[in-house]
Every structure is written in C-alpha cells, then in structure tokens.
Design a protein around this ligand. Sequence first.
Ligand SMILES: Nc1ncnc2c1ncn2[C@@H]1O[C@H](COP(=O)(O)OP(=O)(O)OP(=O)(O)O)[C@@H](O)[C@H]1O
Ligand SMILES: CCCC(=O)O
Length: 357
Amino acid sequence: MPKEYKILAINPGSTSTKFALYQGEKLLYKDTVRHTDQELLSYSNIASQLEYRLIILLESLKKHQISMDLLDAVVGRGGFLKPLASGTYLVNEIMLQDLLGSKYGEHASNLGALMAYHIAHPLGIPSFIVDPIVVDEMESVARLSGIPEIERKSHVHALNIKAVSRKVANQLGKPYDAFNFVIVHLGGGISVVAERQGKLIDVNNANNEGPYSPERAGGLPSYQLVKLCYSGTFTEREMLSRLTKEGGFYSYLGTKNAIEVEERMNNGDQQAKAILDGMIYQVAKEIGGMAAVLNGEVDGIILTGGLAFSDYIVEQISKKIRFIAPIYIIPGEEELESLAFGALRILSGEEEAKVYN
Ligand SMILES: Nc1ncnc2c1ncn2[C@@H]1O[C@H](COP(=O)(O)OP(=O)(O)OP(=O)(O)O)[C@@H](O)[C@H]1O
Ligand SMILES: CCCC(=O)O
C-alpha cells in the first residue's frame, strides 16, 4: 500500500489564518482563526506578523492534540515572488529572503512559505508553496497599461481559482482546459479572471485594479489618485496601506467584515447598502470585461471566496451577469486542499518540485 503522507497546510489570508492536516487525500483536521482589524493593523508590515501567526498555529495544533513529529511536509500559500509558472515549488533560501524583504510586494500570503519553513526546517522535512499569487499566464496584449513605464501584472488568487475551475470542469464531465470560464474570487481582495482553456489570460491585479473589496480600493481614477499622493496628506506607506489594507469597505464603513456590513444594511443602514451595492456593481462590470476578453465565448461564470457565502451578494451579481453564461457558485475556497494535494503530488513522485531561483 502506498505511504499515506501527512501534510500540514497553512493559508494566511488578509483577514484570517487557515490550517489543515491531511493524511494522503483525507482531511484529518481543519481550523480557521479570524483576525480583528486592530490585531493586524498593529503590525508595521506583513513579515512582522510571522511570530504572531506561528503562535496561533501552534495553539491550534495543541488544542487539537496534533503532534508535529509525524509530519512528512508542510505547505504554505505562495505570496509575492517573481512571476512564476503554475506548480509546486520547494521553499528555499532565495524565496525566504525575497519574502522577508517584501522584494516583490506585501501580502498576507507572503507568510505562507515563511510559516511552512519555520515549522518544517527544525523537523528536517521539506516545505513547499503551490500556485502562488504571482502565477503568470497573461497574454502580451493584456500587459499593456497605457504608459510604457507601467506594465500590468498577474497578481491573482491563482490557487483557489485553479481549484474551482477543475471542480466545475469535473462537474461538467471534461478536463478544465476544455472550457473558457470567467472566475471571480470574492475574498478580502477580489480577483476576476478570464480563463481560456486552462490559462489565466487576463486578470485584474487584485491588489490595485478592478472592483473594490472588503479591504482594498481596487482601480481608482488615476488623475485624482496622483493628486492625493502629492497632497502631503499621506506618506507613501500610508497611501499603499490605504489602497490595499484600509480601502474598500474598511475605508467607508470601518469594517472588513461583509457579514457585519450586510447586517447593518438589513437594519436599515443606507450607507452600508450603498457600499455593498457599489462593490457588486464593480464586480459585475469586471465580469463583463473578462467576457469580452474571451470574445463572449464563455462556458461558465464561477463565483467563489468568502463573500460567495452571501445570498445577497451572489443574487445581486447574478442578476447583472446571467445573460453571459451559466453561473456556478463555490463558496469559500479550496485552498488548503489544493495546497496539500500540490505537496502530495511531489511526495508521491507524481510531479517534481519546481525550483525558485
Ligand atoms: N457567510 C458569509 N456571508 C457573507 N460574507 C462572508 C461570509 N463568510 C465570510 N464572509 C466574508 O468574506 C470575506 C473574507 O473572505 P475570505 O475568507 O475568502 O478572505 P481571506 O481568505 O481572508 O482573504 P483573501 O481571500 O483575499 O486571501 C470577509 O469580508 C468575510 O466577512
Ligand atoms: C494579489 C492576489 C491575491 C490576493 O489579492 O489576495
């Protein structure tokens, strides 16, 4: 009988940290710890949250009486690195340095490789990342921005997007590269992608384009943005934080929690309704754009991520876009499973780990 590898998967998100333990393909334990805005905003940068998130992980393992001694590998979500092909990568020194120094940008998922390595290294076992947020399959036409100094980049919830795409394709009875999908990850940040036959040919860079989200500003009118940057009101760090951690719902309503925003709306708060509806409007508009990228040849639109648990959000988006193609709802995310299975493919010899250099 083949060995049933034990793999710990770690997914640090913008509003939560999620963990799971798999034995082979079987889930043994799963836990989600949600972080308050105050907790996370008290850290000056993402890398400085490492110890805090590691303590949370160790507490969770202890609470669930999980011993780390029997682990075969640890896998974390992959963050801002150089643009990469899709796949599973061994965590190595260059990767750790790039993440610790935020060389390619700040994002909660930068902690994935760091946390995985800190657990795995003392145990003498490998650590991996799978389909990091810098998976880049964009076509050259999609890279043009409008000025030569700025190139559009592929920063995207690739892990979950690839997983849900496979899932829907499976439901439809064909491999995922047989379809064209528009896939929308509705999380703390929002990714809307055009996937043509398995490749993410265009994506809104979830950190600085597209719809606003619970914590991000999304695309902004560029002229006014430049004026604001030079107004003397904000430092560069404050401005970047305003766009990526304190934008969207948070900037208007003081919370990143969509459940709370919906409750406020249901209790008659008109401002909460306006902001929620504004996000829905922008998401629908972005989906229309990605449908055009696919020449209207869209086999399905997939809505996924934490916000896809909300009936209101799903219904309101669906109303605007159902003329395009059938809609598939996969709430939450398949990220932990995808991480564990990515590592499993390496341990079982089905694939070879890619090297980051
Ligand atoms: N049942 C629900 N109804 C409405 N909104 C929900 C529900 N569950 C979670 N959310 C909202 O989803 C958002 C977080 O989504 P998710 O957990 O996918 O994000 P994350 O993993 O923290 O960040 P990201 O997906 O950007 O990496 C929050 O605004 C949260 O309040
Ligand atoms: C940058 C892509 C991933 C995310 O927005 O969380």
